[in-house]
Design a protein around this ligand. Structure first.
Ligand SMILES: [Ca+2]
Ligand SMILES: [Ca+2]
Ligand SMILES: [Ca+2]
Ligand SMILES: [Ca+2]
Length: 498
C-alpha cells in the first residue's frame, strides 16, 4: 500500500497572465489524488503570492481556498525602480496519506507578469545591449537591436489583453512573434521618426492563445525602453452579482406593509472574492455594512439600496427594493358626543376622525350600540331606547392595523322632550292636529299635577296619554307611536318610584 502525491492544477489564472500591481486576481484550484479522489478539502489548499525578483521570490501574502482572489501589493514597485519584479504564486495541497504513510505534498506554480514590462527585463535575449539611461523607464533601455536580434518573455498569456503601448526611440518597425523568433509576426509596431522617446499605441487582435513565449524582433534603428500591455489582463474587473432578501418574505399587513421589523439579507457572488456588502437608506448617499443580516425598523415606505464590492474594488450596480413598515396603530377620536344625559328630543352628530403614522388611514367607521352609523350624520335620540349607549369609532390604516375609541352617553326623557316630540311628529304628519292637541292636553295635566305634588293624578293623566298614543289610528308611524308610549311610561315609572 502506497500513497501518490496529489496533483494540484491552477485552473485560473493562466500561467503568464498580465496584471497591474494592486489588482486582485481571481483564482480557481483543482486537486486530484489517486487515493483521496478529486474533491479536495478546500481549507487545505494553500497559496502564497510572492514577488518574483530575478531568480528568487519573496513571499508576500498567504491564504487558503479552492477559489477566491489573490491580492497583489500596490507597493511592489517600491522594491526598486530598476528591479525586475513579477508575481509568483505557489499553491500546495497535502493529501490524507495512507495508514502509517504521512500525507504527501502536491504543488503548482504560476508566474504572472506586470503589464509594464521592461525591454531590458526580457527573460532571454540575443544580440541586444542593455544600456543605462536616466530618461528611460526603469533607467535602462535596449540598444544595438539589429535585424536578427531578439528578446523573449516566458511565460506569457494574453488573456484580457487588448493592446500594447510601446516606448521606443528612433525609427523602424518592431515585430511581435509567438514561440519562435522566426514565426510570422502576429503584430507589428511601427516606430515613426521623431525626437526622443515616443509612445506608440497598438491595438492587438487575434492574439495567440494559451501560454507561450513572446519574441520581439526589430528592423533595426530602434532603441526599445518598455511595453505596457493594455486591458484588464487576469485582474478581477467583474463586479459581484448581488441580491437581497427580506424576512419575513411576505409582509404580514395589508397593501404590502410590514407591521414589525424586517430583516434584510444581502447576498453576493463574485468571480474573485467579495470585499463586502452594503446597504443604503438614503438613496446611496451613505452606505452601511450589510455583511451580516440587517434589522430594518424605521417606519414608513423606504427605498433600500444594496450593493457588493469585489476584492478587485469593483462595485456592483445597486439593487433596490422598497420596504414598508407600519408598527403604529391609528389614533381615533370621536367628537359631537357629550356623555349626557341627553333629552331624547335632541339629536347628536357623532364625528369619527383618525390619524395614522406610517401607512395612513384607510377607513373610518362608527357604530352605535352595534349598529353602523354614518360619521357626521345627526342621530335623533328618540329613536334609541332610553338609557346608556355606546358609540364606537374604528379606524383602520393601510397596513391593516386598527384601533377603536368608545364614548358612552345617556338618554332620558321629560315633559319638555315629549312635548317637543309631539310637535315634531305633528310637523311630520305622523299625528293629526286633533291627536296632537289631545296628547298635549294630557301631558300638560300630568305636569300640572306633579308640580302640585299630586302624583296619583299625574300618573292617571299619563295613562290616558298612553291610551291615546298607543292607538294605531292616532299615531301612524310605529316608531313614533312606540317612542311616545315609552316616554310616557318612563315618566310614570319616575312618578311611582319613591
Ligand atoms: Ca495521495
Ligand atoms: Ca526600460
Ligand atoms: Ca469580481
Ligand atoms: Ca399605522
Amino acid at each position: 500500500m502506497g500513497n501518490t502525491a496529489p496533483v494540484v492544477s491552477i485552473q485560473a489564472p493562466p500561467d503568464g497572465g498580465f496584471f497591474d500591481w494592486g489588482n486582485a486576481l481571481p483564482y480557481r484550484i483543482g486537486v486530484s489524488d489517486a487515493e483521496d479522489g478529486d474533491t479536495p478539502v478546500c481549507s487545505r489548499v494553500q497559496w502564497t503570492f510572492g514577488l518574483g525578483h530575478d531568480t528568487h521570490a519573496h513571499p508576500e501574502t498567504t491564504g487558503t481556498g479552492c477559489s477566491g482572489a489573490w491580492p497583489t501589493p500596490a507597493s511592489a514597485p517600491e522594491h526598486g525602480e530598476t528591479e525586475n519584479i513579477y508575481g509568483v504564486v505557489v499553491v500546495s495541497y497535502r493529501d490524507n496519506g495512507a495508514g502509517a504513510i504521512p500525507g504527501a505534498l502536491g504543488e503548482a506554480t504560476r508566474v504572472l507578469n506586470p503589464k509594464l514590462t521592461q525591454a531590458e527585463h526580457a527573460d532571454t535575449a540575443s544580440g541586444v545591449v542593455e544600456t543605462p539611461d536616466d530618461t528611460a523607464s526603469a533607467k535602462a533601455k535596449l540598444t544595438s537591436f539589429d535585424p536578427g536580434d531578439w528578446i523573449a518573455y516566458d511565460p506569457v498569456h494574453f488573456a484580457g489583453i487588448t493592446g500594447v503601448v510601446t516606448r521606443a526611440a528612433g525609427a523602424g518597425t518592431l515585430a511581435l512573434r509567438w514561440n519562435s523568433p522566426a514565426a510570422e509576426p502576429f503584430a507589428t509596431v511601427p516606430v515613426p521618426a521623431g525626437d526622443g522617446w515616443q509612445t506608440i499605441t497598438t491595438a492587438l487582435q487575434g492574439l495567440p492563445e494559451g501560454t507561450g513565449r513572446l519574441y520581439v524582433t526589430s528592423s533595426g534603428g530602434v532603441d526599445l525602453d518598455a511595453f505596457t500591455f493594455q486591458g484588464g489582463g487576469v485582474a478581477d474587473t467583474t463586479p459581484p452579482a448581488v441580491t437581497a432578501t427580506l424576512a419575513p418574505a411576505q409582509p404580514g399587513g395589508s397593501n404590502g406593509w410590514y407591521t414589525g421589523d424586517v430583516t434584510l439579507t444581502v447576498t453576493a457572488t463574485d468571480n474573485g472574492a467579495l470585499a463586502g456588502r452594503q446597504y443604503s437608506l438614503d438613496g446611496g448617499t451613505t452606505w452601511a455594512n450589510a455583511n451580516n443580516p440587517v434589522t430594518l425598523s424605521a417606519e414608513g415606505a423606504k427605498e433600500v439600496r444594496y450593493r457588493a464590492t469585489g476584492s478587485g474594488g469593483n462595485v456592483s450596480p445597486p439593487g433596490t427594493l422598497t420596504v414598508k413598515i407600519d408598527k403604529t396603530d391609528p389614533v381615533v377620536s370621536v367628537t359631537g358626543v357629550a356623555p349626557g344625559p341627553h333629552g331624547d328630543s335632541a339629536a347628536l352628530t357623532p364625528v369619527v376622525s383618525a390619524t395614522d403614522a406610517a401607512s395612513g388611514v384607510a377607513k373610518v367607521t362608527a357604530d352605535l350600540d352595534g349598529t353602523p352609523v354614518a360619521s357626521g350624520k345627526p342621530v335623533p335620540l328618540w329613536r334609541l331606547p332610553l338609557g346608556e349607549h355606546r358609540l364606537t369609532g374604528t379606524a383602520t390604516d393601510r397596513a391593516g392595523r386598527s384601533a377603536t375609541t368608545v364614548v358612552t352617553f345617556g338618554t332620558t326623557t321629560s315633559y319638555a322632550d315629549v312635548r317637543a316630540l309631539i310637535s315634531r311628529f305633528r310637523q311630520a304628519a305622523a299625528v293629526s292636529g286633533k291627536v296632537a292637541s289631545e296628547l298635549g292636553e294630557q301631558l300638560a295635566q300630568a305636569e300640572r299635577h306633579e308640580r302640585k305634588g299630586k302624583r296619583v293624578q299625574a300618573v292617571a293623566a299619563l295613562e290616558r296619554f298612553v291610551k291615546v298614543a298607543e292607538k294605531r289610528g292616532n299615531v301612524r308611524d310605529p316608531a313614533a307611536r312606540a317612542a311616545l308610549v315609552r316616554d310616557a311610561e318612563a315618566l310614570i315609572e319616575r312618578l311611582r318610584s319613591p
